[in-house]
Ligand binder design. Structure first.
Ligand code: PHE
Length: 440
């Protein structure tokens, strides 16, 4: 449940629809599903395996398994990736919080998509408001880590996650009754292969890593906490399935509405915030539905930020343990929170356009953090982890850890080894070289 809580978040409900909308809908969905099966699943297993086998979080995992420091750099890159993701993820979490308060005051009542878009642009150019909501998200996450109540959150999400799913099913049902919803369904489910470019494939790969939390060490940490008898293969299949289900459901909610309301599907990061309030207004008990949905979305976001911040906090504690100034957990939480707040402030300043040097190459820091983490850091880290397990660890331990069912155990392990040795690294390099040159 904790791993699913890390995976299911804004990546599914906010990012997936906007990336799919920008990359041609149906063709993207198809490539995305292939990526989840071909790369997502084996890499989920890889990270959980590294964590479970070593019993350590990112900093200690590689050196424990290899008994030397040669792979230590990878833990540093994972930690940096976590910081980069948090630099923009907290901004989007802040948007969710803002829409939650807007739901309470029913501020978006009666707005059409044009005024909702204006409302969103108003929010993004409002530095103090954005900063306060994002800081609130950072502080909430820090409080969970400070008071060590992850377990409580996990128990809470056991109830809330199914509730979010039910809510999304209801919203999908409502959206499908809108006039013209079939155009959106066609856009999302009919693959137009003329739209399939190397850039779309890279976007799908990056989205798959981001959505499944692969390639920054969160799953290593969760693997380390995994009970001995828990089956890595089954857990990975369940998490990948649930995560993809939520993403597809988000697409079924967003795209019919996008076309019914006359919004551009390639609108970008604002897409879901322009469409969701209008959908919620059309639900029965619209006021309550809005409050319920945005609170569930906020909680889904926080279960992801907890896993992101946990990696960096654990890292800071462990690294400093070998220095003259060891940090205890509380000091690490403070240090990491301040660092993240600085990054979030830079990100928001860049979005509001001042100072102008924070807009680099025509893109805001928000875009840079978003693209760099999904399309560069996470695939490269995952690539390195696949090589690490495929080529540098003894194979017999893997078969033992991957499954508890004798019989299929060795079969799964054999397939798995070939995939992480050859398929995953080669395919990531190919997609990377092809897609990166074409990145706009
Ligand atoms: N997978 C999370 C989401 O979909 C984001 C995340 C990425 C969380 C990496 C942890 C690590 O929202």
């Amino acid at each position: 449940m904790a791993t699913a809580g890390s995976a299911v978040g804004l990546g599914n409900i906010w990012k997936f629809p906007y990336i799919a909308g920008q990359n041609g809908g149906g063709a993207f969905l198809l490539v995305y599903i292939i990526c989840v099966i071909l790369f997502g699943l084996p890499l989920l297993m890889t990270e959980l395996y590294i964590g479970k086998q070593s019993g350590k979080s990112v900093y200690g995992a590689f050196r424990t398994l290899r008994k030397n420091n040669r792979w230590q750099w990878l833990s540093w890159v994972c930690m940096l990736t976590g910081l980069v993701i948090m630099g923009f993820y907290f901004v989007v979490t802040g948007w969710c919080f803002h829409y939650f308060t807007a739901a309470i005051t029913h501020a978006y009542k009666g707005m059409d998509s044009a005024s909702l878009l204006d409302h969103f642009h108003g929010l993004v150019s409002d530095f103090p408001t954005m900063l306060s909501y994002s800081f609130l998200a950072v502080l909430l996450t820090a409080a969970v880590l400070w008071f060590d109540v992850n377990k409580g959150i996990e128990r809470l999400s056991k109830i809330l996650m199914p509730l979010l799913l039910i809510m999304m099913f209801l919203m999908a049902g409502r959206v499908l009754m809108l006039d013209g919803s079939n155009i959106g369904i066609q856009f999302f489910f009919q693959a137009d292969f003329s739209k399939l470019t190397p850039q779309v494939v890279l976007a799908a790969l990056g989205q798959c890593f981001f959505s499944l939390s692969i390639g920054m060490g969160a799953l290593i940490t969760y693997g380390a906490y995994m009970p001995k008898e828990q089956d890595i293969t089954i857990t990975s299949v369940q998490v990948a399935f649930l995560d993809t289900l939520v993403a597809i459901l988000a697409g079924i909610i967003i795209f019919p509405a996008v076309f019914a309301f006359g919004v551009n599907p390639a609108e970008g990061p604002e897409l879901v915030f322009v469409v969701l309030p209008e959908i919620l207004e059309k639900m029965s008990f619209s006021w309550l539905s809005g409050i319920l949905f945005f609170s569930l979305l906020g909680i889904a976001a926080i279960t992801s930020t907890i896993s992101l911040m946990e990696v960096v906090v654990a890292f800071a504690t462990e690294v400093s343990a070998h220095t003259r100034h060891p940090l205890n957990r509380h000091k690490s939480v403070i240090l990491v929170s301040i660092t993240v707040m600085v990054m979030v402030t830079a990100c928001i300043s860049s979005m509001t356009g001042s100072p102008s040097w924070l807009i680099i190459g025509g893109h805001t820091l928000f875009d840079w953090f978003d693209k760099l983490s999904s399309c560069v850091f996470m695939p490269l880290n995952a690539f390195a982890m696949a090589l690490f397990v495929g080529w540098f660890l003894p194979k017999d331990g893997i078969a033992h850890q991957l499954g508890n069912q004798p019989g299929i155990k060795t079969y799964i392990a054999d397939c798995y080894i070939q995939i992480v040795r050859f398929l995953v690294p080669l395919a990531i390099i190919a997609i990377f070289l092809n897609g990166l040159g074409l990145w706009k």
